[in-house]
Write a protein that binds this ligand. Structure first.
Ligand SMILES: [Zn+2]
Ligand SMILES: [Zn+2]
Length: 209
């Protein structure tokens, strides 16, 4: 498996918090599964995907997910790592932007909070809410069509949207795609999920799907 390492504190923090980050690397690196390191310490398993070449436009688009405050700071870092060492020219022709997404954190003892999967009997936990979300979508697909709170077969996203009490908001958060669902309700659901899942909330009861 290939590996990718992050040295910049702010970028490490961003990845810890959000479970994904955009980063500039030499173009042509291996995509797919990757071991993620903070310095020399392995912290997670993840997936790396090429996003695009490095231009003013793509840096501008990607900077909110880079861990850097602005493009100037980001460019400064890129120059320090690549340009000043002669690894690229000032048009960054042999660099590319990659997305790194965490699938599983190695160890959460060094995080303040731990978020638990709310499915009864599932012991998955992670230091980031977004990783629980990815886990949930991959491992508990049955809940797209089955509400574990009401125990009915429904389109759960619509159903949870309509009910909108706290347990249903957790479900809504876990199933809704963040990018498409940046609504007020989604923001509220995220807050509720953050609070409940860090307290080990479970959907409750035994049930067969
Ligand atoms: Zn689970
Ligand atoms: Zn329900």
């Amino acid at each position: 498996m290939s590996r990718i390492s992050f040295q910049v504190k702010e970028v490490q923090e961003f990845l810890r918090k959000h479970g994904r980050v955009y980063t500039v690397r030499i173009d042509g690196r291996q995509e797919g599964k990757v071991s993620i390191y903070f310095g020399r310490r392995k912290v997670a398993e993840g997936v790396v995907t090429r996003v695009g070449s490095v231009t003013s436009k793509t840096l501008e688009d990607c900077v909110p997910f880079s861990g850097f405050k602005n493009v100037r700071d980001w460019k400064e870092k890129i120059d320090k790592i690549f340009l000043h060492k002669g690894l690229t020219d000032d048009l960054y022709r042999n660099l590319a932007i990659y997305e790194v997404r965490v699938i599983d954190w190695c160890n959460d003892s060094w995080f303040d909070s731990v978020f638990h999967c709310p499915v009864p009997g599932c012991n998955f936990k992670s230091s980031t809410l977004s990783t629980v979300k990815i886990h949930f979508k991959v491992n508990h697909r049955e809940y797209f069509n089955f509400c574990p709170i009401c125990k009915v077969r429904v389109n759960v996203v619509h159903h949870a949207h309509r009910k909108a009490d706290e347990p249903h908001l957790v479900l809504f958060y876990l199933l809704r795609s963040g990018r498409a669902g940046r609504t007020e309700l989604y923001a509220k659901a995220e807050k509720v999920a953050e609070r409940l899942l860090s307290n080990g909330f479970k959907f409750g009861g035994d049930f067969n799907v």
